[in-house]
Ligand binder design. Structure first.
Ligand code: COA
Length: 153
């Protein structure tokens, strides 16, 4: 039996980026839902096993108003294909709908075909293919130069 809830500890974060994610959740910069499966023993109530998580935050579109952004969706490999990713994503969508959002956005790398297929199978539209949107970002140096009013390279 797998439940989806806001996590009470940060001990379960996958090792890479653990501190960044846990801090962001604690500070309220990002929200988190996790999927937990109860351990059968030795302490079933005290030791739930986290099998997946989703991170999200709210954003704004001048056209559509409040939006929800899914920053991360992850299910541990040994638990994939059991409906856990779908359940997590559905709960994130619920959070958005409850707050009046009309869109949920996220990015996925082109090489990640299983994830691309998963999102498509749930009805997501690929905005690069459909509308030619390109995702940009300023990396740290470029961001600093921009903030200082210096020319880009
Ligand atoms: C992508 C990911 C979250 C999916 O989670 P999951 O728990 O394995 O997926 P589910 O078992 O919930 O799949 C649910 C549905 O999606 C479908 N689905 C899952 N993977 C699919 C795939 N590769 N192609 C097509 N459909 C797929 C299932 O058939 C199922 O369909 P149904 O609702 O009609 O029964 C998981 O594979 C994962 O963590 N991948 C690594 C991290 C990652 O790449 N995250 C996305 C980064 S953008």
């Amino acid at each position: 039996m797998v439940s989806v809830r806001t996590p009470s500890t940060s001990a379960w974060w996958p090792k890479s980026r653990r501190r960044i994610r846990a801090k962001a959740v604690r500070k309220g910069q990002i929200r988190c839902l996790c999927s937990e499966r109860k351990r059968s023993r030795p302490f079933p109530r005290l030791c739930p096993t986290v099998v997946g998580y989703g991170l999200y935050f709210f954003t704004y579109s001048t056209w559509k108003g409040r939006n929800i952004y899914m920053e991360d969706l992850y299910v541990r490999p040994e638990f994939r294909g059991q409906g856990i990713g779908k359940k997590l994503m559905s709960r994130i969508a619920q959070m958005g709908v409850e707050k009046g959002c009309t869109q949920m956005k996220f990015s996925v790398l082109d090489w990640n075909r299983p994830a691309v297929d998963f999102y498509r199978s749930k009805g997501a539209v690929d905005l690069t293919a459909a509308e030619d949107w390109h995702v940009f970002r300023f990396e740290a140096d470029a961001l600093r130069r921009l903030a200082l009013g210096e020319p880009g390279e």
